[in-house]
Design a protein around this ligand. Structure first.
Ligand code: PXL
Length: 284
């Protein structure tokens, strides 16, 4: 064991798509891990073309290369939790199933990314069927929003009763627990079902539907909290609070939707530039 490794900074792996605008996908996940004092590593399932105004194209990576990439990271033997996001197609999903199966002692959080806000599918039909059949049964938690919960379960999911029914069905479909997020409701409510009990968490509407990457961020914050050794319920509560604050502190980086401010905690400290006058003059 490397004497310099530090168990207080666990390593978390994200497997998902690359959003070059850094609002969603693996770069959002890495920022979220960093904000939780975790060290993030990433394997890219797909490249997307997008900016703040939306996704215009995407392409999956070659599944064999993805598998090598994940196995190479796992061979370092420090990963404490896995977050799964955009998968794109069935071949990529099958690689992820193998990985989750071979590492079943690690908690895995699945954000079932089905569509971009514009409506463009980010998982094809065979991939969706595969996810329902083979991935739900291999995760500690699945984190759909209302639309994803409806697509996964075939149920109508428009209110808390519907969210409870969907969460229960997702557990029947194999997930150990499900949290259905109601960010699009008038009063944002999340419903957690851990296989035994339901719990509802009520939040405040902070910025009306103008943020991007909320689902990715919520799921990766939960993965980070699990890697830090927290219980599932605590991980969900803390992650909801983190996401709410990151939305509250969000700022625009383009004309479209705003990314969350994942690193708002750093900005509570004075900016490095504010200390510039204290630096010694450069020597030429
Ligand atoms: O927000 C869902 C999502 C997840 N992952 C990637 C994405 C998107 C939405 O655009 O691009 C890579």
């Amino acid at each position: 064991m490397n004497q310099h490794s530090n168990p207080s900074f666990p390593v978390v792996l994200t497997i998902g798509g690359f959003d070059p605008s850094s609002g969603a996908g693996i770069t959002a996940d890495l920022k979220t891990f960093a904000a939780h004092n975790c060290y993030g590593v990433a394997a890219i399932s797909a490249l997307t073309v997008q900016n703040t105004q939306g996704v215009s194209a995407w392409h999956c990576v070659e599944p064999g290369l993805l598998k090598q990439s994940i196995e190479s990271l796992l061979a370092d033997e420090r990963i404490k939790a896995i977050k799964v996001g955009m998968l794109g197609n069935q071949a990529v999903s099958a690689v992820v199933r193998e990985v989750l199966e071979a590492n079943s002692s690690l908690p895995a959080v699945l954000d079932p990314v089905l569509r971009a806000t514009s409506g463009m599918a980010l998982l094809d039909a065979d991939g969706l069927a595969f996810l329902k059949e083979h991935l739900l049964g291999r995760v500690r938690l699945v984190t759909p929003n209302l639309i994803e919960a409806a697509e996964l379960t075939g149920l109508k999911v428009e209110n808390v009763e519907g969210m409870k029914a969907a969460a229960r069905k997702l557990v029947e479909m194999g997930a150990k627990a499900a949290v259905v997020t109601g960010g699009h409701l008038d009063k944002p409510i999340d419903v957690l079902f851990d296989g035994a009990e339901f719990e509802t968490f009520v939040g405040d509407r902070i910025k009306p539907d103008n943020t991007h990457g909320t689902g990715c961020t919520f799921a990766s914050a939960i993965a980070a909290n699990l890697a830090l050794g927290r219980q599932l319920r605590d991980a969900v509560v803390l992650s909801k609070a983190y996401v709410s604050e990151a939305i509250r502190k969000a700022y625009a980086v383009g004309p479209g939707r705003m990314p969350l401010n994942h690193l708002y905690r750093m900005q509570q400290n004075p900016r490095a530039a504010d200390h510039a006058s204290a630096l010694p003059e450069p020597v030429h």
